[in-house]
Design a protein around this ligand. Sequence first.
Ligand code: IPM
Ligand code: MG
Length: 358
Amino acid sequence: MHYKIALIRGDGIGPEIVNETVKVMDKIGEKFGHTFEYGDVLLGGCATDAVGVSYPDGTAELCKSCDAVLLGAVGGPKWGSDKPAEQRPETALLAIRKELGLYANLRPAVLMPALADACPLKKETAERGIDLLMVRELTGGIYFGRRDRYETPDRGVECTDLMAYSEKEIERIGRRAFEMARLRRRKVSSVDKANVLETSRLWRAVMHRLAEEYPDVAYEDVLVDNCAMQLVRDPGQFDVVVTENMFGDILSDEASMITGSIGLLPSASMGDGAPALYEPIHGSAPDIAGQDKANPIATILSAAMMFRYSFQLSAEADAIEAAVDKALAEGWRTADIAGPGEAVAGTQKMGQAIRDNI
Ligand code: IPM
Ligand code: MG
């Protein structure tokens, strides 16, 4: 088959990790008889530098003309929060998620056996294993609510960010979570703050309604503060964790760290139509950009998710995941996952080691 993939290389380490991933995808193409056509899409700080805005006109259309989108990373101190919104890379990321309707963000956190030593949790806890899927709502909530900034007579400037959720938005993300659970260990933990927030009380009511529709899936409510604690106390208890946008942002960073490094975890953002967007959950790491130091694994595993979910190519996805496991088992380590005294490979060496195992 022939597939068209939009590449958003982005900022910082983005171009390097996307490069390695393209080489992995091409190796898969050779081996399994597919061809991939790549189209570069300019987005993020690099777009601000090139054309003055981080989200150029026509970006969504370009992406929609492809079968899937792969994104490296966007952002950096050069385009910081003091810059106008249209020049900030984060604005572009939120805009593309919204314009492509990518409301479901899947962030698997798996502790790979070869990296058990990189897990910062107690040995007994790590031995119980970690294999959870964070399902984060991605196009609603406080990220997209109305913002305001105004002068008050007596308290200086005041700002507000509105968190809003509709039943429809909650139901569609909830359904995703239950459907994903059916493909896994059949347990959904829904995370909210229903003891305080009205949006969470609605969230919980909708989730309970769905839980009745999926009697074969175990269901529990977890308050967000407790979830943050349980993730370090006993992450093995979780299968699918579903939550709203901002809680999911925070908890997914935590979930990534307990598996050893934020450099390892991929993600998929999808809506009801094509194309979905695949990206590592880490950022652009400007401090190590251009130095061949970044870990390309999260992006390479994001391509595996693309093959699995957008192209229904599960053997190809398995081949990538197995190649990553093998490269790690052979002892290849980028700086972020190297233990004391272990040899450190660069971005390109790690990419090569993974390709050699395909
Ligand atoms: C993420 C990132 C983004 C988010 C930022 C860069 C806007 O942290 O994908 O988790 O908060 O969604
Ligand atoms: Mg984040």
